[in-house]
Design a protein around this ligand. Structure first.
Ligand SMILES: N[C@@H](CCC(=O)N[C@@H](CS)C(=O)NCC(=O)O)C(=O)O
Length: 202
């Protein structure tokens, strides 16, 4: 989702190869592109990049507008993106990304609540400290917003309660044309992931 959003934001034409995860033979299909066997994988010419933040950094070398212009904001944007990339395992495990599970209610563990508190703290600080105009974490849409978009969608799916500042940010992300397109395409997919299917079902 993250590199896909950045490519769309930059209006770069690309071919998308969809490999439904956890379906028969998916690992072999992924490994045909990258030995890591995980998505996302970006290929251009003779380069293959198999990590979302590495892909985003690669795109930012040619399109520096993907990071905030101001050096301090850029450093903070990199820090919050790295924190997202390396952390929040409880939330990612217990609240899987599933656009079709909207309205499901699951009890949040203590560690999930800790992740939620830290994420909302980051969003509030970015929105309040920098006082940028516009709805995004650092003024214009940046890599930091792509990094947090999948988490924001989990907040919507699992009805995570937030304050106004955070809710405004989540709403802005969900209304963004590229995020909305990703969600609509994901919701229309026919495949299901068994391990996710029953989470939160009554
Ligand atoms: N560090 C990697 C994480 C990649 C990753 O864990 N991808 C998951 C989906 S979000 C995956 O490919 N899962 C398939 C599997 O575990 O077999 C990145 O963000 O690019």
């Amino acid at each position: 989702m993250r590199p896909w959003l950045a490519l769309r934001y930059l209006n770069i034409d690309f071919e998308e190869v969809r490999i439904p995860l956890f379906t028969p033979g998916y690992k072999e299909k992924l490994r045909a592109y990258s030995s890591a066997g995980l998505v996302p994988i970006y290929r251009k010419g003779d380069i293959t990049i198999w990590d979302s933040l590495a892909i985003l950094e690669h795109l930012a070398e040619r399109h520096p507008q993907l990071w905030p212009k101001e050096p301090n904001a850029r450093a903070t944007a990199r820090a919050v993106s790295a924190e997202m990339h390396a952390g929040f395992q409880s939330l990612r495990t217990h609240l899987p990304l599933n656009c079709r599970a909207r309205g499901r209610h699951i009890p949040f563990t203590e560690n999930v609540n800790k992740d939620i508190c830290r994420i909302t703290e980051i969003w509030e600080q970015c929105r309040n400290l920098h006082r940028f105009k516009g709805p995004w974490l650092f003024g214009r849409f940046s890599i930091a917003d792509t990094m947090y978009a999948p988490v924001a969608s989990r907040f919507v799916t699992y009805s995570v309660a937030t304050g106004d500042t955070v809710q405004e940010y989540i709403d802005a992300l969900m209304k963004d044309a590229n995020v909305a397109r990703w969600m609509a395409e994901a919701a229309a997919e026919e495949e299901t992931i068994d391990a996710y299917e029953n989470i939160g079902k009554p």
